[in-house]
Design a protein around this ligand. Structure first.
Ligand code: SF4
Length: 485
């Protein structure tokens, strides 16, 4: 019987994409995804180190698995991702029942390390200091048959004082444009119609090979790919947001009018202390130019409250930028010191109750403005990419869900559309965090919908043949990942 695996993913979109590679590597090595509710033979943790309780979460989960492993002889546990890159052999010192620890620069080694640990009956710890090969050549088991993550770069050249990413993911490394476009064309041939370009600082793309306009050129090149309906990107850095990128967004039909642009703070004094290389005027200037070029663009952001030294005036400066920027939504974080970052040892750490109070005031403002912005969408007719999932029942009305071009979540009156198909509908109601579109105008069946249907068929076949189990229906979708600032 094939050994089964489960990959548990924490953190950002980079980790979600890395987990697709970890699944692809294991399936390439003959493992099968463990059915829901069944204990896997191999459990892989793809960890995040951005937030303080990341440590507690990981070691808590590992603690829980110790007894499970005792009941399942031959079971293996592997820990990868940013926490593994940071903690290294400490992981097996604190959890000696872990079999493999691998880092952010050598995810390709997982199958070999698992085998070596099994044969030698000894834990394997392998961490590289920098990336040797861009992981894009690794086999990948994608979460979705119609939407795909495509890495354009890894690592980061910035040194924000609250962030541990550069020390764990290394300096920025860029893929060659031709390689990226070839991957996208191959994905479109498989039925994918939406790609999200991924990078820690995606709009700094090209810095490694000295082309400051490489990102806008990449967006325009995506515009020429037949069958590619939607292009998104995350996460851009305001300091790198140049006019050529705004023009490329406005002039390339399949680049979606949605922009996630981390602000972090609206106070120039705090931005300086965060070592963020832009100030509020520049940030608001970018927002204005984006809105002038793309009037219906939806802009989202990341904001940290309670950064060391933050006064009530600094906080009010953040609130003022939020009022002016009118974000369609925001990831908001209460600052927590991250060991190993400069900010963790700064003076004037803010008292938790003060941070909590500011956080609540910020969330209330963001939600009020997001709702007002959503209300401006009522009456608009939008084309939605149907999302995977069971949809929802609101009273007697059954609704399905989809994403509008500006990435807003829209629930619409159920039709026979499949995930990946396109539904055109009129927005009839606005809620704080989603829209409702009960006037469906048309359904366009797409190659992505066909790809989804084909995958359902294959999953059912694998389930019944590979594991010799009776028919138990289709697999549940994976959870969405939070933003990485
Ligand atoms: S916050 Fe973003 S830009 Fe700043 S160092 Fe971390 S990954 Fe880089």
């Amino acid at each position: 019987m094939a050994r089964t695996y489960e990959v548990r993913t924490y953190g950002c979109q980079m980790n979600v994409h890395d987990s697709e590679r970890l699944s692809g590597l294991l399936e390439d090595a003959g493992y099968l995804a463990a059915p829901d509710g069944q204990q896997a033979d191999v459990v892989v943790f793809n960890t995040c180190a951005v937030r303080e309780n990341a440590d507690n979460k990981l070691y808590g989960n590992l603690g829980h698995l110790a007894s499970v492993k005792r009941e399942h002889p031959g079971m293996q546990i592997a820990v990868g991702g940013c926490m593994a890159q940071k903690d290294r052999s400490t992981v097996v010192e604190r959890a000696p029942w872990v079999d493999v620890v691998f880092g952010t620069h050598n995810i390709g080694s997982l199958p070999v390390l698992l085998e070596r640990a099994r044969v030698q009956e000894e834990a394997q710890v392998e961490i590289l200091e920098s990336l040797e090969v861009f992981p894009s050549t690794l086999p990948t088991r994608r979460e979705s048959p119609y939407a795909a993550w495509v890495s354009v770069s890894v690592g980061c050249n910035n040194t924000c004082t609250f962030c541990i990413v550069p020390s764990l993911r290394g300096k920025e490394k860029d893929r060659r444009p031709g390689e990226i476009l070839a991957e996208i064309e191959a994905l479109v041939a498989e039925g994918v119609s939406e790609v999200t370009l991924l990078g820690q600082n995606v709009n700094a793309y090209g810095v490694e090979f000295g082309d400051r306009q490489a990102f806008s050129k990449l967006l325009r090149a995506c515009g020429a790919i037949e069958g590619l309906e939607r292009v998104r990107f995350t996460s851009p850095h305001p300091a790198e947001f140049t006019d050529d990128v705004i023009e490329a967004m406005a002039e390339t039909a399949n680049v979606m009018p949605s922009l996630h642009m981390p602000l972090q703070s609206g106070s120039d004094r705090i931005l300086r202390s965060m070592r963020r290389s832009y100030r509020r005027e520049k940030y608001l200037g970018i927002i204005d130019r984006v809105r002038a070029a793309i009037p219906h663009a939806a802009i989202t952001t990341d904001i940290i409250v309670g950064f060391p030294g933050e006064t009530e005036d600094d906080f009010q400066a953040t609130m003022e930028v939020v009022r002016q920027a009118r974000f369609s939504s925001a990831f908001t974080f209460q600052y927590s010191p991250r060991p190993g970052t400069p900010a963790a040892t700064m003076a004037d750490q803010i008292a938790p109750d003060v941070v909590k109070d500011r956080y609540q005031r910020l969330v209330d403002l963001v939600n009020d403005l997001a709702w007002e912005e959503n209300k401006t969408q009522v009456g608009r007719t939008v084309e939605l990419m149907v999302a995977e999932g069971e949809g929802r029942k609101d009273g007697e009305t059954r609704r399905m869900s989809g994403r509008a071009p500006d990435n807003r979540l829209v629930h619409f009156a159920a039709t026979d559309a499949r995930p990946g198909d396109m539904v055109t509908a009129e927005v009839t109601y606005a809620a704080p965090h989603h829209l409702v579109a009960d006037r469906v105008v048309s359904v366009r069946r797409t190659r992505s919908g066909d790809a989804w249907e084909a995958r359902q068929g294959r999953a059912e076949e694998t389930r019944t043949v590979g594991l010799g189990l009776p028919t138990i229906g289709v697999p549940a979708p994976l959870p969405a990942a939070p933003a990485c600032s």
